[in-house]
Design a protein around this ligand. Sequence first.
Ligand code: FAD
Ligand code: SIN
Length: 533
Amino acid sequence: MNHFDYLVLGSGIAGLSFALQVAPRGRVAIVTKKDRAESNTNYAQGGIAAVTSKEDSFELHVRDTLAAGAGLCKDNVVRTIVSEGPARIAELIELGMQFSEREVAGPNGTRELDLGREGGHSKRRILHAKDVTGREIERALLNAISQQPNIQIFENHVAIDLLTSQKLGYVGANRCLGAYVLDKKTAAVETFAAPVTLLATGGCGKVYLYTTNPDIATGDGVAMAFRAGAAVANLEFVQFHPTCLYHPKAKSFLISEAVRGEGGVLKTVEGVEFMDAYHPLKSLAPRDIVARAIDSEMKKSGADCVLLDITHQPAKFIIERFPNIYQTCLRYGMDITKEPIPVVPAAHYQCGGVVTNVDGETEIAGLYAVGEVACTGLHGANRLASNSLLEALVCAHRAARRMAENPWPPNEVKIPPWQSGDASNPDEMVVVAHNWDEIRRCLWDYVGIVRTNKRLQRAQARLAHLQQEIHEYYWNFTVTSDLLELRNIATAAELIVRCAMMRPESRGLNYNLDHPHANPDWAQRDSVVRKSG
Ligand code: FAD
Ligand code: SIN
């Protein structure tokens, strides 16, 4: 049994930022299922939205966030996160994060932060490190963590389930006591006990066949919290990024919205601009509108993709501003300074998640959730670009502060070791692979950018059948990380469908042809789901 003061599940921006904050007050375990840097954070391109320029204001950032969120954002949460952003950014810079800068016009050659622009933002306010912002964030945070003797990182360790007092049969308010964790190298299941557990496991892009997310994004946090009895909400709001590279050999490579921010224009494969028919902001319209427009153009023409053209910008500018995108496309045989980029929409971001307040507190005592796994009310029905890294930074800090003000007493509860029952080695991995593919295709086909009631019902029926099969398989065999992830994507998929079926309207990212308009009765209502029984 491993005893710590803080158990952090996940090593993206949320988990690492939190660990750094609490380390001076106790021993911290960071459990992460692959290498320490492997996370959605590591692939973030565009940057972090924060008010840092004289031309900008908190009021404008709040207004843009609320407009994108289509009526469902929590006003106080938006204001808190937006207004605390600049202080958190300053701390990140203090830790060694290097944002891109530009020379200011004038005689003395001073430099200032270079601010990018993305869809839905009325001002340039995106701080970035060229087009590899996330990689630089992980580098800076992991470097700071390596100097903290109180933090221990457990790589290749997969959290299986949260340990709660209720699950162990104790009466009274439910309390989180830690987690069972699979060590992938030894195949042993270990117990991690701690008075405080932070879920920072990121999102669930892998629930969909096509996604910008890396393989870690299997909805583990939402699934674990749901199984433990916490409320989850607004999972129907899956954000599809309009521009994922379309190439048979490119797995999940994003073409940043910042490319459109620097003048990139969307065109059909025939080279005709089409966004002016959909929104006055054209290619820089909010993401849900651009993704739906592309989907509609592709369906109309039968084409496999659309094009994103930035060739009118000088080659030197493109190569310096977007070195990763330029080099990656070049490896696939495309010179983006000379030819447009083939792109398609792909699942990108989970706007809903485990219900928390702005301090990361969930309904279960001792369990916190921060980052993409959480639903704080910042994003509402559609996240404003580059607000997620900001949310993770601010809420990780607030959760750590909250714990300092109200420390949890140590757990007195006796925790039994993991029981694997009558387990034998899984000899039919083909079943796992098949179910995995079926879920991802089902969500893509039936619960995608455009939904209908009938498609949602079909998805629900298929998923119920798959859940049954997975449940039997899970209990009969030794757990492996593939099996754990399969169980979690199945749960995340089911929750997305349940939330989508609860909402009888189209709002933000939830577009349903049977309810094509916003329903005023649902203007302020979250779709909340809890485990029954
Ligand atoms: P993550 O960074 O995803 O970290 C999750 C961690 O949890 C990982 O370490 C993972 O291994 C671990 N984990 C998961 N399950 C388990 C388990 N069962 N056991 C143990 N460990 C587990 N947002 C912006 O604001 N600006 C951007 O420019 C931007 N660009 C993006 C580009 C891409 C390609 C993608 C995919 C996303 C982008 N986003 C961007 C979204 C943003 O990157 C994420 O929302 C954010 O990084 C999430 O941070 P996180 O710490 O919550 O989770
Ligand atoms: C991008 O660079 O387009 C991603 C930004 C985001 O998802 O916030």
